[in-house]
Write a protein that binds this ligand. Structure first.
Ligand SMILES: CC1(C)Nc2nc(N)[nH]c(=O)c2N=C1O
Length: 160
């Protein structure tokens, strides 16, 4: 089993419900256990400002799925929930990002691990810090030491 971290985000079509649906799907993945989920965080959008605030969380799973199989499952769930790409960095009903897969590093056409924007985004770093305060990235960087450049007026809005 490999410990992985998944970033969840949504800003349209009842974002909290969208995250609930995604978490239900994560816990139902084969060879996978949902271990813990961060609080819900609200923040202004990184990208075009004429879109609603986002709701974000990070989930920790243990899985025997290989990275590409896990990516396929995440992208399939996004389609299941009706994700439509309307514009670059625009509004979306669900975003499921594979942030970390154990200590793996990879960079392919479809998948880069660790997620290349992870360290820049408070809406990823803060929920990750909440559930894994002692975590280190594959390159040895401590999550506790990251100072994301994008803040977005991040605030905790509750828990599922
Ligand atoms: C459009 C873009 C870059 N901006 C975001 N901005 C915020 N605040 N949260 C997100 O999850 C998010 N996701 C994205 O993909």
């Amino acid at each position: 089993m490999t410990c992985c971290y998944i970033g969840l985000g949504a800003n349209i079509d009842d974002p909290v419900h969208q995250l609930e649906l995604a978490l239900q799907a994560l816990s139902a993945l084969p060879q996978t256990a949902l271990v813990r989920v961060s609080s819900l965080y609200g923040s202004r959008p990184l990208g075009p400002e004429d879109q609603p605030d986002y709701v974000n969380a990070v989930a920790e799973i243990n899985t025997q799925l290989e990275p590409m199989a896990l990516l396929d499952a995440l992208q399939s769930q996004e389609q299941q929930q009706g994700r439509i790409k309307r514009r670059h960095w625009g509004e979306r009903c669900i975003d499921l990002d594979l942030l970390l897969y154990g200590s793996l590093t990879m960079d392919s056409d479809r998948l880069t691990i660790p997620h290349k924007e992870l360290h820049k985004r408070s809406f990823v770093v803060e929920p990750l810090r909440e559930i894994a305060p002692g975590l280190h990235l594959p390159d040895g960087t401590a999550i506790a030491e990251l100072e994301p450049e994008f803040g977005g007026e991040l605030h905790r809005i509750g828990a599922l």
